[in-house]
Design a binder for this molecule. Structure first.
Ligand code: PLP
Length: 321
């Protein structure tokens, strides 16, 4: 969050205006909606999937546009190419939070983004044992941000920097393995009678599938799904799993489960959550480094008895390969 807030405060001054995607990470959303006013900075939210609607939100004082590569928890992918074109056409600084994709699955600079941000707490470190962030871009912009950083004081202690450096050495192999496992788990869940809906950009019926294929080298390892039977069924399922840990955060070597309605999105009103498509029975999964067949077997067992009897499909055939 220090990387994000410092970047935004370096790029925007009093009287400026930001266009930001409408389904941002909670901390970023709250920084924009709760703290911008005290700095005299304005903002409007845009639908990242509808480029035709952006121009009417533009103001003479708009300075930057801010999006995320893959959003939480519905895994939407904005029209990232259109964001860069729009920014260039209107002289805006284009900023992207690339945390969910990591540089393995999306490289913002190659697509023309001016600045990319990472919560290194997630995939870059990968071991859920530090809190860190990064901002990447051309030197003129980075110098300005560094100057602001010196005032605001977001700096990493040497031991955390060492752990991050060490974690990043395995980023590529972790990301590839975790992305592949996530795809197998998404396919398994999609075929399961106890699951109402699966959100994963690698599934052809996900609304962002075509854009994800165009922009991403891999679909990453985050997915979310609705368990049939509402909140009780979702909670029962989460408690019955043995391999995943029920906890927030993401991107580490352990598989994590959370229910966004009670964690990342608990600050939203139930009506706003529903409007955003986040139901109470939505479960978010960060797929870790465990063997995919073990995870699938565990999920299958935890789902037993949920939904209809058709739910009892064989996990064995997957497990034996
Ligand atoms: C976790 C997260 C952040 C905030 O990162 P911290 O390291 O917890 O400060 C920002 N953006 C996204 C997309 C995240 O998932």
């Amino acid at each position: 969050m220090a990387a994000i807030s410092t970047t935004l405060l370096a790029v925007l001054s009093s009287g400026d205006h930001l266009l930001a995607q409408d389904c941002l990470y909670g901390g970023t959303h709250d920084f924009v909606t709760e703290d911008f006013a005290s700095f005299g900075i304005g903002y409007d939210f845009i639908d990242g999937e509808d480029p035709a609607s952006w121009k009417k939100k533009l103001r003479p004082n708009t300075r930057a546009v801010y999006v995320e590569t893959i959003t939480n928890p519905l895994l939407k992918v904005a029209d990232l190419k259109a964001v860069v074109e729009f920014a260039r056409e209107h002289g805006l600084i284009s900023i992207i939070d690339n945390t969910f994709a990591s540089p393995v699955n999306f490289r913002p600079a190659e697509w023309g983004f001016d600045l990319s941000l990472h919560s290194c707490t997630k995939y870059l470190n990968g071991h859920s044992d530090i809190v860190a962030g990064a901002v990447i871009g051309r030197s003129a912009l980075i110098e300005k941000i560094t100057h602001k950083l010196n005032h605001l004081g977001g700096s990493l202690d040497p031991h955390a920097a060492y752990l991050l450096h060490r974690g990043m050495k395995t980023l590529a192999v972790r990301m590839k393995f975790q992305s592949e496992s996530a795809m197998r788990i998404a396919q398994f869940l999609e075929g399961h009678a106890a699951i109402e809906k699966v959100n994963y950009p690698g599934l052809p019926n996900h609304p962002a599938y075509q854009r994800a294929r165009e922009f991403l080298n891999g679909f990453s390892a985050m997915l979310s799904f609705e368990v049939r039977g509402g909140v009780e069924a979702a909670e029962r399922f989460m408690q019955k799993t043995e391999l995943p840990i029920v906890a927030p955060s993401l991107g580490g070597v352990e598989t994590l489960l959370t229910r966004p309605a009670t964690t990342s999105h608990s600050g939203m009103s139930p009506q706003d959550r529903l409007k955003a498509g986040i139901t109470d029975s939505l479960v978010r999964m960060s797929v870790g480094l465990e063997a995919a067949e073990d995870l699938i077997e565990d999920l299958e067992r935890a789902l037993e008895g949920e939904g209809s009897q058709r739910a009892r499909k064989s996990a064995r055939s997957t497990a034996i390969r």
